[in-house]
Ligand binder design. Structure first.
Ligand code: S6P
Ligand code: ZN
Length: 183
């Protein structure tokens, strides 16, 4: 597919070749409050995020996809993506905010940094940095990601160790605090 079309107001992609839906039950082990997660799963097992993409596989090619990260909390923690390193660690990525607001949390070894995102924000994720997005608003947080075709996704390291910081809801908005479960 050489050309495609995105509705820049909604973020809806006209054509895609891959669709991933992540529900609360797909996120076991990713939130610190597993009791709150289990309650959510038993109640309605809500969709946390959806990714519509046009992925490629070969070196030299580019993949892209739009993520719809819904709004909500698990305990105090905002809805977020699983987060990953690229399997090929030296592959970078670009994010573009489309609607809603959130954070892009990045980690390299034990070093963590984050950027606020909203419509129009561009964030460059350098090679070697794991990345996770977090919806800090009360509507969908939608963004486009563009990444090398051969980047691959390594979810295992994050599933095992987590990120060193978590993002929690507070009265004034959000707070980035140390992850008590970080190993
Ligand atoms: C791919 C890019 C995004 C994420 C998506 C879901 O490299 O970073 O398209 O895949 O936001 O997050 P995750 O961590 O479940 O893949
Ligand atoms: Zn990525």
């Amino acid at each position: 597919m050489i050309s495609n079309w995105i509705d820049l107001d909604s973020g809806i992609l006209n054509e895609y070749t891959s669709k991933v839906i992540r529900r609360a039950s797909d996120m076991q082990g990713f939130y610190t409050d597993s009791k709150a997660l289990n309650e959510l799963i038993e109640k309605e097992d809500p969709v946390i995020y959806e990714v519509y993409a046009v992925p490629q596989e070969r070196e030299g090619e580019l993949s892209y996809g739009v993520t719809f990260l819904h709004s909500g909390v698990v305990g105090d923690e905002f809805y977020m993506t699983k987060g990953h390193y690229h399997e090929k660690r030296d592959r970078a990525e670009i994010y573009l905010g489309i609607r809603g607001k959130g954070l892009l949390l990045m980690q390299n070894g034990d070093e963590v940094k984050w950027e606020e995102m909203k419509r129009g924000t561009i964030v460059y994720v350098p090679p070697y940095w794991a990345h996770r997005s977090i919806n800090t608003g009360d509507e969908d947080f939608v963004f486009l990601a563009i990444y090398p075709g051969d980047a691959g996704h390594d979810y295992g390291s994050i599933a095992e160790r987590g990120f060193a910081k978590i993002v929690v809801k507070v009265e004034s908005g959000y707070e980035v605090i140390p992850n008590p479960e970080y190993r």
